[in-house]
Design a protein around this ligand. Structure first.
Ligand code: MG
Length: 372
């Protein structure tokens, strides 16, 4: 079975309320949908949202890379020759991890469909359920405490609190949230690179001294500052999770060798897809380090891919896959399903996605006037 066609389109899904971090604010999930078709009528889906503040990837760079570099390298290839196709994607351009992730996910979807099995089964996983945390956006202190209390009332028992704009206020934010949710709720903190190493040490030690019982702090310092990340990890007892500092398996090796973090946060848009995410899992397993699986503000297509990986690799022990919950509606039929915070996958082949409503298709082979 050969790959014979592709399409590119955009999908916009409004959020229930604006998503705000130390890096950005958005009120809608906008994502680029990549579809691969075969001579036997199978369709594989991938996606890539533009997260320029994190990955450097914009709509323009994603669409242009997929249409002019990646898709032409995939047309005519056998669906079963997954590794060859993935190598072609890897060699298509330097960087451009989001575009590569869209292609990698669509290729894996087709591969699973060709063999009639869900991806997690092909990787040896079992159909277990798992619980995602729920993100509380960075807002004025009272609003964050109120949002956190509401999320707990709705049944979420693990919250990820966005901080990182002013370290003095961040301490007060966490105290207000802990007091609003009580002692039983699991609290995670994400500073999104917003602190210096010394600010991070000071803030996290104060959280420890005040008994705020924070499970982990995610990416306290700028992505490039591995020495600062290590200083923080060495100086506090709270677990430190590398997010923006970790894209590739090579990054994972460096973080592990330096012991710069306690945990690794895998996201498909940073790694360039599932193949590299599996290599990060292998590096973490070899080092005895646990991983979180997370996502950008994505639709259920790539979040489903992340969920398949989560079922297949026991080294992934923490789950941050709430973007579909934050959306006002779900245009993706099939894939991962949510019962409150609990995620599960069915036995449908590939990603398990049947259809996507509301995609505005704009580019296909023959119609593309872009040049590389
Ligand atoms: Mg993060």
């Amino acid at each position: 079975m050969k790959i014979t066609r592709y399409r590119l389109g955009t999908l916009a899904i409004p959020l229930k309320k604006p998503f705000k971090t130390a890096l950005r604010s958005t009120s809608v999930v906008t994502t680029n949908i990549f579809e691969l078709g075969t001579d036997e009528g199978l369709v594989g889906y991938g996606e890539a949202p533009p997260t320029a503040a994190i990955t450097g990837d914009t709509d323009g760079s994603i669409v242009c890379t997929l249409a002019t570099r990646i898709a032409p390298a995939l047309l005519g290839r056998e669906v079963a020759d997954l590794q060859d196709s993935l190598s072609a994607v890897a060699q298509s351009a330097v960087g451009n991890h989001s575009a590569k992730a869209a292609a990698d996910i669509a290729l894996h979807d087709l591969w699973g469909k060709a063999y009639g099995q869900p991806l997690y089964r092909l990787w040896g996983g079992s159909p277990r359920t798992f619980e995602t945390d729920y993100t509380i956006s960075l807002n004025p202190l009272d609003e964050m405490a109120r949002d956190a209390a509401e999320a707990v009332q709705e049944g979420y028992s693990a919250l990820k609190i966005k901080v990182g704009v002013d370290f003095r206020l961040d301490m007060q934010r966490m105290a207000a949230v802990r007091s609003a949710v009580g002692s039983d709720v699991l609290l995670r903190v994400d500073a999104n690179q917003g602190w210096t190493a010394k600010e991070a040490v000071r803030t996290i030690r104060r959280m420890e001294d005040e008994g705020l019982d924070v499970e982990l702090v995610e990416q306290p310092v700028p992505a490039h500052d591995l020495e600062g990340l290590k200083l923080v990890t060495d100086s506090v007892s709270t677990l430190i999770l590398a997010d923006e500092s970790l894209c590739s398996a090579r990054d994972a090796q460096r973080l592990i060798a330096l012991r710069a973090a306690d945990l690794l946060n895998i996201k498909l848009m940073k790694s360039g897809g599932l193949a590299e995410a599996l290599r990060i899992c292998a590096a973490a397993e070899a080092a005895g380090m646990e991983c979180m699986i997370g996502a950008m503000m994505e639709s259920k297509i790539s979040v489903s891919a992340a969920a398949h990986l989560a079922l297949a690799r026991r080294v992934i022990t923490r789950f941050d896959l709430d973007p579909p919950i934050l959306c006002a509606h779900d245009p993706v039929e099939g894939g991962v399903s949510y019962d409150g915070a609990v995620l599960s996958l069915n036995d449908a082949p590939g990603l398990g996605i049947k259809d996507i409503e509301g995609v505005e298709w704009s580019v296909s082979q023959g119609s593309c006037s872009l040049s590389s």
